[in-house]
Structures are given as structure tokens and as C-alpha cells.
Design a protein around this ligand. Sequence first.
Ligand SMILES: [Ca+2]
Length: 458
Amino acid sequence: MALSGVGTMVWVVAVVLSAAVMVSEARSLLQDPCNPCFSADGSSQICCTGGRQCGPLTSAGLPTCSSAGGPSCNPCYSADGSSSICCNGPDAQCGPQLASGAPTCVPVVAPKVIIDTDFNTIGDDGQVVAMAAQLYAQGVIDILGLTVATGNAWLDQELVEILKAVERLGIATRVGVYAGAAEPFPHTFANYTEEVALFGDAIDYVGAYATPPPSASDLVPPPDGFASATQPKAMNAVDFIIEQVKKYPGEVTILEIAPAENVANAILKDPSIVPLVKQVVTQGGQMYVGGNSYRDVAEFNWWFAPDAARTVLRSGIPAYIIPLDATNKIPLTLDTYTEIATHEPATIITELYRNAFAAFFGPGPPPYPLFVFDTLALAYLVDPSLATDVRTLYICEYGLRRRIRKGAGVPGGFPRAGECEDVQGDLQSGRRPVQRPVRRPADPPSPGAFCAMILRLL
Ligand SMILES: [Ca+2]
């Protein structure tokens, strides 16, 4: 791994750790607002809780916390560094320097985020929401809501798990859960059964499609029981996305860590939201590596709802994609697992974590790499500088064309990426790709065209 990757991995690991270490503080954090203290250049911040004020900057310009009741000052410096002012209270962030070079203070505004998730209790989606709850408590992000779509499991099972999670994390009264797509279209469960008949059984992950939709009696409670009182909001996820984007034009980031049906349906229902969405940050797709679903040549989120992925990526909303090329480089290590699982005092999160992964990290080497997938999308959202390899590539669609030509009768094309190289194969049949010459569009991409930012965390 390149040296630059060390910092990336450490950061990601640190976030995973913070979810476990800090979860016991979640409720108190929510009642104990963050006092944000910023670095000299304003690019990073820490949260001083417990009544602590901002301390002096380190020699490297990093923020510190003073003891409780200490002097209150978040220093913001002039252009030449010769003078500073204190920015505290509602105007606690360093603002742009004036033409004269004098420092300014501006209000702290946490980025507004909708997390669209195919939730599971303590898999990567569960880890994302646990970490996001901490970041929310610290004022680093503002979670507008959690929207849910079938993916890892069927929607009803995911709702059971996320409703308990928001109670467990102490955010149930502040962050709503919105039910969305029960299955994508046209890649429905019935469609999937046709694929199996045509191309064969799955040899890799298919999420919810491993079994038919559950009945109410099939729903499995989380290890710590069903939610005691929390219910999904009455508003559908699609309408919630539309409402919030219009309420905060240009401010809403959609953290897309599920098959993209909810966001795609919002776009299709009300295309006027497209120019109003700040960005989509998503874990999905793969560029030059193998897939991880069905017959091993497709990334799960894009395989599960390919038409939705195409709709979102071609909508013109700025899209930042963390593909398997990046996530494959960040495995969950034994050291990280051990540090979380053995943390004292134990919390419900550390217990869930231990129960979920103890067998995997049992005697002997892990049977296969275990990745943290969606957590990298959250990492990028919070700190885009973590991306060490950012590329602008075209999303291509060879799947649909090849499918029609073959007359296989299965609807649904697939978004492809990679400078129009045929690098992903036939996503449903599992056939490996035939390498073709690079096809470049005759014209450069226009704003809003099918141009997406692809990034790799090396
Ligand atoms: Ca997910």
C-alpha cells in the first residue's frame, strides 16, 4: 500500500473506533452541545464538550480544548498570521480573510445530509449510522433524515433494524426514518428469478434477493430487541427527499449507501430537484476490479438497482463515487476488530460488533477479506481530502445493448464506468468482459451530461 494510503486507512479506522468508543457518550453528547474549535487554516475542527473551551493552537496550527471553564477563544488569523481574533458562540468558525488580510468569523453550519441506506444492524450501513450519529452529536454533520430502501435485506426487515438503531443511538426523536422502495424497478425480485433461470444461480452476494419477501412473522428482531416506540415517519422517502432538497436548495448532500431507487424515484417524480441537490456521495460500482454480487462481475448496489443508478448518475447532480476499487483496499483488520470488541467499558455497540464478527476473527486467518464499504463514503463526505486518486470518467451502458442484441429477454441495462472501456462484463450473466478499444465521446462532456467523478482511496 502506498504511503498515502496509510493515512487514509488510519483515518477510517479511527472513525470506526470512535463509533465504538464514543457510543456510550452519545446521549450525553446530544445534551452537551459541541463547542467547535478550528485549526489555523479552518480546514479541520475538533469538538470540545463538557463545558470545555477552545485552547491554544498547537505549533502545527491544530486546535486544542482547554479545561472546563477556561478562557474561551477560537483564534482566527490574519493573512500574514501576525494577528488573530477569537471566534466563539454562534459565530465560531473562521471566515474568509478581508481584502486587508484581517480575519473574520462566520457561523458554523454543519452540512445537511440525507443518508439513504439499506440498513443492517452492525454491518457497514449500521457502522455508518453509528458513526454519523456521533458526528451529528458533535455538530460536524446535520442529518436531515434516514431513508431506507431494500438492498441488503428486504425493506421491512431493514426498518425493524434501523428503528431500533436510532433508539440505541439516542437520535430517535431528532432524526426521522423514512420508508422507501420495497424493490427496484424493473430489476424486481421476479426479474431476478428470471435471471437465475437464464444465467444460473448466484455465486456471490444478492442481498434481499436470497429469499422471497418476508411476511410480518418472518421479521427478525435486532439482538437487543425491537424498537420500543419509534415508527417510520408517515411521509415516504421519495417525498421526504424532494421536500428537503427544495427546503434547502443547494445545501443537501445525499449519502447514497444503498441501491439508489429512492433517489432515482425522487428525481423522476420531480426533476426540478436536480439542480438543487448539492451532491451525491455514493458507494457503488467498480471500475477495474471484479464485482461482489450475483455472479461476481457487478458491484452490489449497482447490480441490485441498475436503472436507478443510471438515473442518478445521468441526472446532472454532482456525483462522487467510491467504487470497489477503493473499498477493496480498506479491509477490517484483526487489530481494529480487537480494539473495538474489547473496549472497556463495553457498550451495546461493542457487544453487537463482537457478536457479529467474533466468528470471522476466530482462530486462524480470516476466511476472506472483510471490508467496510459504505463507511468510506461517509469518510469522503466528512473529509474529501482523503481521496488520493480522483478521476472524471464516463458512465457507459454496454449491458443494455448487449442484452438486446443477445435477445436474452431480461430488461435492464447497467451503468458502466471507466472512460467508456468495456471493463465490467455482463453484470447479470456473469460473463467476463471482452476488452474493447477505448471509446471516447466525440465531444467533451457538457455540464450535466453523463459525467461522474470517480475516486479511489489508495
Ligand atoms: Ca449499504
